[in-house]
Design a protein around this ligand. Structure first.
Ligand code: BTN
Length: 267
């Protein structure tokens, strides 16, 4: 009987060059943060093509939203930062948040067994969840030239085989391998996410982007406790999102609070 050799989950420059099909990229075994390297690359080359990507096998200074650290152990996760050069009014920056959340959530759904597809969702604004645990996070950072948006760095981190057991994150974080039968190959995930990003980037100004993102949100209709920087804790029911992606929370006194940035502590 002929044995088929299972593919190894290896990232290196040559494998990526083959798979990325001419897309400009840089690959590193270890970096501080891919978002920082992407920013430096764009600033040194302002006309770099949109979709250029920085990928690392591990990060030692990975950054999350709200000034948190983000852990990317070697060989176990995806850490990449995509440089987007798009004509977007600054007030529409939330559309990048939407497209990134959608691209990652749809990719995750596609690689999971069909029986788990309904478990994948987005926690507002764009944490990618499997059930109640976080699988992937997205950090959107703008590069300004005066008042003009020069580029956006879209950092994506996803846990593939990270083992969170016996760590403080055990109850809130998960990895893809806990949910799949076949091993997940990071190269496949990377190419699928990039394809989805291209697809949504072409639909950035459409209503379908916001409508599809809204359908993925697991937050709507639930009681939430939200930590905001400017207004402290806001508690109420997450009723909806508006056209700009802000979360509309109905508080106990019946008022609607509009939140553009913050963290849902419980829902
Ligand atoms: C979050 O959910 O808090 C966002 C996490 C974003 C992590 C990614 S990993 C690749 C890129 N480089 C970073 O330093 N952060 C982002």
């Amino acid at each position: 009987m002929k044995m088929t050799k299972s593919r190894q989950d290896i990232l290196n420059y040559n494998i990526l060059a083959d798979a990325l099909d001419g897309r400009p990229f840089r690959y590193y075994e270890q970096v501080g943060s891919t978002n920082d390297l992407a920013r430096d690359w764009q600033m040194a080359n302002p006309y770099i093509p949109t979709g250029t990507v920085v990928i690392a096998n591990s990060q030692i200074g990975g950054r999350g939203r709200l000034a948190r650290e983000w852990i990317t152990p070697a060989n176990q996760a995806i850490a990449m930062s995509v440089i987007l050069r798009i004509n977007l009014e600054p007030k529409h920056m939330h559309r990048i948040t939407m497209m990134a959340g959608l691209a990652v959530a749809e990719t995750v759904r596609d690689v999971l067994p069909d029986t788990l597809a309904d478990e994948v969702s987005l926690k507002w604004p764009n944490d990618v969840m499997i059930g109640s645990k976080k699988l992937a996070g997205i950090l959107v950072e703008a590069i300004w030239y005066g008042n003009d948006l020069q580029a956006v760095v879209l950092g994506i981190g996803a846990n593939v085989t990270v083992d969170f057991a016996d760590t403080p994150l055990a109850d809130i974080a998960t990895s893809l391998h806990e949910h799949t039968v076949e091993p997940v190959i990071r190269l496949d995930l990377i190419t699928r996410i990039l394809e989805r990003l291209d697809m949504w980037e072409a639909r950035l100004q459409t209503d379908i982007l916001r409508d599809t993102w809204r359908e993925w949100l697991n937050t709507l209709g639930k009681s939430v406790r939200m930590k905001t920087e400017l207004r402290g804790i806001i508690e109420g029911v997450a009723e909806d999102v508006d056209a700009d992606g802000a979360l509309l929370i109905r508080t106990t006194d019946g008022q609607i609070e509009r939140v553009t940035a913050g963290e849902i502590l419980a829902n």
